[in-house]
Design a protein around this ligand. Sequence first.
Ligand code: ATP
Ligand code: MG
Length: 180
Amino acid sequence: MYLKSLTLRGFKSFASATTLNFEPGITCVVGPNGSGKSNVVDALSWVMGEQGAKTLRGGKMEDVIFAGTTGRAPLGRAEVSLTIDNTDGALPIEYTEVTISRTMFRSGGSEYAINGNPARLLDVQELLSDSGIGREMHVIVGQGQLDTILQATPEVRRGFIEEAAGVLKHRKRKEKALRK
Ligand code: ATP
Ligand code: MG
């Protein structure tokens, strides 16, 4: 499984439709300050169902919609599509390629689709939940977050590692069972 492409339309600074194609292996996104590198990473979290405006470096959810510049009017909707290669079947779905899309209107509300079929947030979360990507997984390390991890207490740091390794959910389940 690997990320194949990401298309942004009206998302943050990407007013016009922009597609980034990725190959297996490491991809570097390089550009001057303020050119939109972090916005690309925000789009990745957002399309996978991120619900926190702060995580997306905004004050409210609609801050992800292109707000306009001196030469260009604001837009009414943001759209992001992420295509994942699933030839190894890591995602529990009968397709070798999976496209997850999310659209949000300024009037509020998000719509999701999986391979063009309308889906709920829960469907997206379930699709990604055992794949090692998706919401609340520390696979996306934000700017400044490295510092937080380095300065954390050993217990907190262990929590990060356990979550990345997929052990944390089992530990939480065990602790809950023991409390009963
Ligand atoms: P750095 O190298 O400093 O980390 P970067 O390449 O990561 O920079 P981003 O943070 O991705 O840059 O992009 C910031 C730019 O995105 C700013 O110019 C900001 O005005 C613009 N931006 C953010 N949200 C919106 C929005 N809703 N509409 C229009 N532009 C936006
Ligand atoms: Mg940045």
